[in-house]
Ligand binder design. Sequence first.
Ligand code: SF4
Length: 194
Amino acid sequence: KIEGQITADDVDQLTEHFPLCMRHLHNKLQENKHLKHYGRMQYNLFLKGIGLSVEEALRFWRTAFSKLNDDKFQKSYAYNIRHNYGMEGKRTDYAPLNCMKIITNNQPGEGDHHGCPFRHFSEDNLSRTLYNAGVTDKAQIRQILEYAKGHHYNIACTRFFELTRGSGSKEQGMMAAINHPNEFFEKSYQLSQE
Ligand code: SF4
């Protein structure tokens, strides 16, 4: 977690440190003012992991779901957000999902945006996403696509990190494979502070 408390207003600015799965959820949330159940769960637990308190998470989602009136938001969504924080039901304090769970559980269907882009995006969509995220070299895009095709999703994600984050990490194989979206975030954030 980042030192001190991060607020709902900080999230937009921090997306540059997010892995592609979370950037995708963030972008779709901004675009549609809505995310379906598993998308909300994946993203909310991640945000909890980067240090958003439950109050700030509720504020973040309330603002993002701008088309809803407050009554509908409180009735249909606030419970689940608090639930993720262990404030409702069995009061389990849920951990942010790791890559393995995101890749293998609850396969995304039509209109869903959760999951892992390296696993769930088409080749075209993944190439475009990589390009837009700063991997503009065709050979490098091809290499990442090959990893994804070979089911080496975490290696593809780690390579993406190496190519787009701090200058010290451009060499392939210099870092251990990323297995958790919050690990991606923390490493990227730390590099930006060095
Ligand atoms: Fe997210 Fe993990 Fe996929 Fe990377 S490998 S995009 S962190 S789920």
